[in-house]
Ligand binder design. Sequence first.
Ligand code: MUC
Ligand code: MG
Length: 373
Amino acid sequence: MKATVTSVEAILVDLPTIRAHQLAMTTMQRQTLVIVRLRCSDGIEGIGEATTIGGLSYGDESPEGIKLTIDTYLAPALAGIDACNIHAAMQRLASVARGNRFAKSALESALLDAQGKRLGLPLSELLGGAVRPNLACLWTLASGDTGRDIEEAETLLAERRHNTFKLKIGRRSVRDDVAHVSAIKRALGDRARVTVDVNQAWNEADAATGIAMLEAAGIDLVEQPVPREQRGALARLAARFVVPVMADEAVCGPEDAMELARIAGADVFALKISKSGGIFEMLRTAAVGDAAGIALYGGTMLEGSVGTIAAAHGFATLPRLAWGTELFGPLLLKDDVVTARPEYRDFALHLPVGPGLGLTLDEDKLAHYRRAA
Ligand code: MUC
Ligand code: MG
């Protein structure tokens, strides 16, 4: 079965969020997806997604930059190559571009989606098989208002949609943040797990103060309290506290994982296909953590359905995924660009069963939400 890549299109899609989403570095009112459409000589089309948070405020690839990189450098490099050999295609991309992991991840997803459709296999089967048909999925409370966050959590618990909540902190003073988190934990009690993501906002001294108070308040996990470069500080905090410390921004690829494992820099790794440069690199990163006894967690860049389901297929194949996932991105968006939205129930995301990603683009929605050229 031979097919070559005939064209690649990168489309910017702007979707409104259901409410403001406050992180340490930005407040989101909308999300911009970069949807990739890869067409092959046998008529099969694969889709992928590269999405980041808050333009350039979170990472070093912006949606506009990702589109430019794909249009100018990566799409020409894929033109005419064997669409069935995904490893060779990714090596070709590595040879023409350093970094640019988000853009590469979207293209890899599109190649895998096309190959899955070609062979009639769901992506997770193409990867060797899912060991779990659904993925535990938390929700992030980030409205910026404590009372509203508690109400939101109560509704989602009652609907059996989520029973773990991640709070985005690091924007206010340590004391104000701790007061906010503690109030939410007190209201929810043992009915829910509560984690926090500081998104690198604290220095080591603030982190030591903050984590001590969060631990006393019964918080279950602290994500990326200090800047990503400060691996020593992360290791000291992980050693000092019982509450698990998770690396997110500090762990992108297998080399980061190796170094963090060597210095016992974290108790948990947040995995993301985009920051690793695709599903295969995410799996290699996971393998290093797993071998070092570091627990794993399926992270998100608040992607829409395409990026979320690509990650879900990858996470479903991991032998161990102790902390579940945060693959709730589509639920934060008011609308979608796929015909059937992913299914969330009983505190989990359920994997679609169709070939490839198992998703179909909704052409009318895509035309409606795509950014005018
Ligand atoms: C991050 O840093 O983990 C994940 C959930 C959320 O609300 O923001 C993201 C990014
Ligand atoms: Mg994070």
